[in-house]
Structure formats: C-alpha cells, structure tokens
Design a protein around this ligand. Structure first.
Ligand SMILES: [Fe+2]
Ligand SMILES: [Fe+2]
Length: 268
C-alpha cells in the first residue's frame, strides 16, 4: 500500500524576517496543499525578546528584534511547525539553555540541538548546528559562562564532538547543516564550502542535504545525496519544497530545475 506522502519545505537564512517566511509558506500551501513541516537551515534569528537579541552575534547595522515576537504573540501564524538548527547569527544563550539536544523554543518552533539525529514526521533528520572554525572545530568545546567575551563567537562554532555525533547518523533521510559542503560551488576556482560537511554527507549518506549561510541558492550532488542550498529569505531561491513517499524524497517546486544564478559571494 502506498503511504501518504509527507510534504515539507526548507527555508534559507530567515534572519528574523518571519513575515516573509509566513507569506512564502502560505503561497506554497496555496500551490501544493498542506505542508507538514518546515526546516530552517540556521541564521533563523527567532528572537523572542531583548534577552534573545543580546545573545546574537550580529553586525550592528542589522541589529533588531525582527518579526519573531509576532509569531510568539500569535499575530503571525506559521502554517506548519518549524524545526531549526543554529547558525552563526542565532540566540546561542537561549539555544544552549535548552541543552545539547535542543527542544521547544516557542509554540510550533523547535530548536533541534547541536548535532545528532531525530525522527520527525516519519523522517530521520540528521543535523549539525554552527559553523566551522579553524581554531575551535577540531577539539571538544570548553564550557564558557554566557557573559564571557568570546561566548557568542565560540558557541556559534561546531566542535569535534558534534562532528563525530552527526557522522553516526547513518541511514538518515535528511541532513541539515548551516554552511555548504565544499566542492559544489559552480566557480571551479572557489574554495568556498566546508570540507567537513562534505565528509559528513559521505558518512551519513542522506537522501537530501540542506544548507544556507551563503545567501544564494545552489544545488549539486555528492555521492547519492542531492544537495540543496537555499538563498536568504528575501530571495526567490530561499525556499524549496519536497515530497517524501516510501522513503524516496523529491523536490517538487519549480526552482528545482532552474540553473544556479549568481556568485556565492558574502557569507553571513
Ligand atoms: Fe550564516
Ligand atoms: Fe545568514
């Protein structure tokens, strides 16, 4: 018997623009029907209040609470649950207060945690929060007090334990990381992307992997994995829609067949 398909979306860096996210998701629901859940690939900035704002490492020109407090108050209604990982601009003090394995952030929004795998909506979702750091990512994270001057920089980076843990998530359907893997930038001279994330894709072997951080869309293939990179939320290429049937996942939105546009310029 054929299973009921699971339909889900992936959103690129939201950076607090939840009004745009809700509009984009509502458009998708109108076009494709109900969406079971959405994954945010980090830099989601779901800032509930001034304390969350103070716990984000942001360039000062972008400092602001964003729209998430309207999601919390019920003024803005997400049409489906949102699962997020952490990027380099996220409320790390609040995320870490939930513990290594994350948890409920607000009604309908779950922070997945540092690294690992969780089953949600019948799918195994492997995840790695944070960015690579030459200095911090090859050793275990040392605990720091939240008021330590290096806390936000240090805590927004993954560590060696996170990498070991996500690499054990073999047999996962989806892998979500903040940065791109190396080797998929269309510019052959580019060294953009993270070699460790490429290794994780090889180790986990997910059906699809989802990435953000570089604020432009891209897609590629590594071994048997279809790699989808999402632009930031203000761009057309910020959202992808997938359907999973009998453990097979395919992308169903029109931009899946569109050629990659633009250079992978700034990271953010
Ligand atoms: Fe980022
Ligand atoms: Fe970003």
């Amino acid at each position: 018997m054929t299973e009921q398909p699971i339909r889900f979306a992936a959103a690129g860096d939201i950076h607090g623009h939840y009004r745009e996210l809700v509009e984009r998701l509502n458009d998708l629901v109108a076009e494709f029907g109900p969406i079971d859940f959405c994954i945010g690939v980090g830099d989601c900035e779901p800032l509930r209040d001034a304390d969350d704002l103070a716990s984000v490492k942001q360039p000062t020109e972008r400092h602001g609470l964003g729209d998430f407090s309207e999601v919390v108050s019920g003024e803005l209604v997400l049409p489906c649950p949102l699962l997020v990982i952490g990027g380099n601009h996220d409320p790390w003090i609040g995320y870490d207060a939930l513990g290594y394995d994350g948890g409920g952030w607000s009604d309908g929004v779950e922070y997945l945690g540092r690294a690992g795998v969780k089953e949600r909506f019948g799918l195994r979702i492997a995840y790695l929060s944070g960015l690579r750091s030459r200095k911090y990512s090859t050793t275990p994270r040392q605990p720091l007090a939240p008021d330590h001057k290096r806390y936000l920089k240090r805590m927004s980076r993954y560590d060696s334990t996170d990498v070991e843990r996500v690499k054990r998530a073999t047999g996962s359907d989806i892998l979500v990381c903040h940065d791109w893997p190396s080797g998929i930038d269309p510019d052959p001279t580019s060294e953009r992307g993270d070699e460790t994330i490429r290794e994780i894709i090889h180790a986990v072997g997910p059906s699809i992997s989802l990435h953000g951080h570089r604020h432009v869309g891209n897609h590629g293939r590594i071994a048997d994995t279809n790699v989808h990179c999402l632009g930031n939320i203000t761009r057309d290429d910020s959202i992808a829609v997938f359907e999973s049937t009998n453990k097979s996942i395919r992308r169903i939105d029109a931009s899946a067949s569109r050629a990659w546009r633009g250079r992978a310029g700034s990271t953010d």
